[in-house]
Structures are given as C-alpha cells and as structure tokens.
Design a protein around this ligand. Structure first.
Ligand code: CAA
Length: 393
C-alpha cells in the first residue's frame, strides 16, 4: 500500500497559495488517485496532515487559529484542483475544511477554537460533520439522536449515517436533539472520536469515491461536556444550514474538478486518435457537417465545465462579500453537479471501448460524479431551496 508521499516540508508552505495547492494536487493527490479509485485504502488522516504541512488545511479558518483565512473563492479553486486529480481526496479535503471546521470557526467559543480548530487547521486532526441519519437525510430537522442534559454536560445517544471521514476523523461536529421535535430542538456538539461510546461501522461499499470513507457514527451514551456545545441550545439546525450553504459551494467546486478531469481524459483520447478538424474555409462553404461529431461534443463538454466553474465562483464571491448567497450556492450545486455527470458520461462514451475498464480515468470520474448530485443535499433539495428563496420574494 502506497502512503501519502513524504512532505516537501516548510519549503512548500512558503509558496503563494495557488502554487501550494497546485503542488499538493500534483505531488500528493495525483500519485494516490489510482489507489484511491480502487478503494479499500484509508489515507484521509495522512492527506490532511500533509495539507496542513503545506499550509492549505485551514483555508476557511482565521489565522489566529492556524488557518489561512483565504476565503471561499480560493477554497473553491483549491477543491477543484484536488478534484481534477482525485474526487475521493477532494471530498475528504472539502468536508474537513468546510462543514467540519467553518461552522465552529463562525459560531464557536474562543476556547473551543483554541482547543480544536487550530488542530483541524494545521492538519493535526481530521474533522467530520454528522447531521444525516437513516430516517432523516433530506428532512434533516427530523433527526432523532438525543442529547440529554446531565450535570455539567450531556449524554448523546443515536446513530448518524453516511458520514464522510467517519472512522478516520478525530473530531465530529454532531447535530443532536436537546429539545422539542423540529428544527428549534437541535443543538450542535463537538465530539472527540476517542471518547468512550463513540464508534463507527465499517465503511460503506460505494459506487464511486471509493478512497473516501463513508460510514455510520454510533453514539452510545457518550458524555459530552457542556463546553463542547457549539452555540446556544436550539441553534444547531441553523448552524448546520449555514454550514451547508457554504459547503455546497465546495461540492460545486468538486463537481467542476471531476468534470475538468473527465474533459481532459476525453481530449487526450481524441488527440491520440489524431482527430482531424476542418479549416474555417470549409465551414464558410457551408460544410458545417465537416466538424466531427466527437469534436462538437468535446466543445459542448468544455462549455459545461466553464459554466460550472462560473456559477461556483459566483456563489463563492457572494459568500466572501458577506451578502446572502443561499440561492446561488444551491444553483451552483445543482448546475455543476448535473454538468459533472453529463460531462463524465460523455467522456466515457468518447473514450469507448477503453472506458469500459474499471480504472479508466473517464470511468472513475463517472462513478465519482454521481455522489455529487446526492450529498450535501440532493439536487431535489437544491430545487426546493431555490424555489423557496424565489417565492419568499
Ligand atoms: N441558513 C441559516 N438558517 C437557515 C437556513 C440557512 N440556509 N435555512 C433554514 N434556516 C433556518 C430557518 O430560518 C429556520 O429558523 P427558525 O426556526 O429560527 O425560524 C430553521 O432553519 C428551519 O428552517 P426551515 O423550516 O426552512 O427548515 P426545513 O425543515 O423546511 O428544512 C431543508 C429545510 C432545506 C429541506 C433542509 O432540511 C435541508 O437542507 N435538507 C438537506 C440536508 C442536507 O443537505 N444534508 C447533507 C448532509 S452533509 C453531507 O452530505 C456531507 C458529505 O458527506 C459530503
């Protein structure tokens, strides 16, 4: 089993951000990609530790807590660059930087940030976000995990489902019910993986993203100090929704990167075939049909990738400006993940018959693409969010 290559050390951390990200993608993520695509390997902790050494594990965390405070545009570019090489690595990285770290950077107490956030931002610890349950995926406000007040803490009981980085994470941001049914009865807690009563199932076997662990998180009478509650009681759902608003920009960026990788696989294939393009004179004579169908298709794919990137960066820029971006994040997630599946599908067709191989870059991208339409809110949920925002006026 090949592990994450040895660090380029502090030299890498001294480069400008774009170059740090590019070097991480080329030197660390690319060599791991084939093994990640085959699955059965668990490198999430090492990957994030190396991202930390290279100064890119805390892009949405303030510098006071060891982060880079680089903003969502920079973060989206980083996730895209990683996803272009390996979608499994991208979701590990995205979840760690975004939904597992950003919410308590925004809503947490100083002491929580000192204690935990700096460990996440430097890559010492790997983070995960635990909202979904078997009975509450899309209807997140109906979650059943309970947190019962007991002296100076809480006792948590329940089972979280489909948790990215579960089993490898050191820290979980867990949503649990402290009050009545509905959104206002939910609170957020920081739960250490090493605490008694915390365990995870074997990772699920998935269609794609096979190098990223997705598993159940079981909380069996876990004692959590009150100091680890993030925000006031009853504010956990709003925290989770705010986290997902910006998290969805990360998934859009991941989808854009996967689509870019699929586009490049198709272009490489056509280049190897020596595809002949007509010159403009021929087109002037009305011979539009002289453009090979494969070239037209490739151009359409490139346009879809460019559109996915544009909507993603637009939502990211609004978020960085501090203006409302819920609708734009949902639009970006919807459009870029649909584009990602379409582009990866087209790449598989253009690269046939070679793309029937399980390990072909287009085949890997098509398998990886599908999850982007499902997690961090299915695309049906994105439509609901967009319509609600529109109708709210
Ligand atoms: N930001 C802040 N607060 C928000 C918000 C937002 N975007 N959206 C809603 N809220 C607040 C509301 O203002 C309301 O607050 P009050 O109670 O104070 O009035 C409260 O949340 C409840 O709002 P709604 O009544 O609108 O909530 P709802 O129950 O109708 O649900 C939903 C809305 C959009 C369908 C939501 O349940 C949802 O997003 N579901 C999808 C869940 C999801 O995305 N899960 C992803 C799991 S993580 C993951 O996938 C990570 C991974 O592995 C990669």
């Amino acid at each position: 089993m090949r592990a994450v290559p040895p660090s380029a050390g502090t030299a890498a951390a001294a480069l400008p951000l774009d170059e740090r990200v590019a070097a991480f993608a080329a030197e660390v993520v690319r060599p791991l990609a084939p093994e990640m695509a085959r699955g059965g390997v668990r490198h999430a902790g090492e990957l994030i530790a190396e991202a930390g050494r290279r100064g890119i594990a805390g892009l949405l965390t303030p510098a006071t807590f060891g982060g880079q405070d680089a903003g969502h545009v920079a973060f989206a570019r980083a996730v895209e660059a990683v996803a272009r090489e390996c979608a499994s690595s991208a979701v590990i990285y995205d979840v760690h930087v975004s939904v597992a770290s950003e919410p308590f950077a925004r809503f947490g107490e100083e002491e929580q940030k000192r204690r935990y956030l700096s460990r996440l931002a430097t890559g010492e610890w790997l983070g995960a976000f635990a909202l979904s349950e078997a009975g509450s995926g899309s209807d997140a406000a109906s979650l059943a995990t309970r947190a019962v007040r007991d002296g100076d803490g809480y006792v948590l009981d329940g089972t979280k489902m489909w948790i990215t980085n579960a089993g490898e994470a050191d820290l979980y941001l867990v949503m649990a019910r402290t009050g009545d049914p509905g959104a206002r009865g939910i609170s957020a807690f920081l739960v250490e993986a090493a605490w008694p009563g915390v365990r995870t199932s074997r990772p699920l076997r998935k269609l794609g993203l096979r190098g990223s662990s997705t598993a159940e998180l079981v909380l069996d009478s876990v004692r959590v100090p009150a100091a680890n509650r993030v925000g006031a009681e009853g504010t956990g759902f709003r925290l989770a929704m705010a986290a997902l608003d910006s998290g969805r920009i990360g998934i859009s960026a991941q989808a854009t990167g996967i689509a870019q990788g699929a586009l490049e696989a198709a272009a490489d294939h056509l280049r190897r075939l020596g595809l002949d393009l007509p010159d403009a004179a021929l087109l002037d004579e009305g011979a539009a049909a002289a453009t090979p169908a494969a070239a037209s298709r490739l151009a359409g794919m490139a346009a879809q990738v460019a559109a996915a990137r544009a909507v993603t960066l637009h939502a990211a820029a609004l978020c960085d400006e501090g203006v409302p971006f819920t609708r734009e994040a949902a639009v970006a997630k919807l459009m870029s993940t649909d584009a990602c599946v379409a582009v990866a599908h087209a790449a598989v067709e253009l690269c046939a018959p070679h793309s029937r191989d399980d390990a072909h870059p287009a085949a890997v991208r098509l398998r990886d693409a599908k999850a982007c339409q499902i997690y961090e809110g299915t695309n049906q949920i994105q439509r609901l969010v967009i319509a609600r925002e529109l109708l709210r006026g």
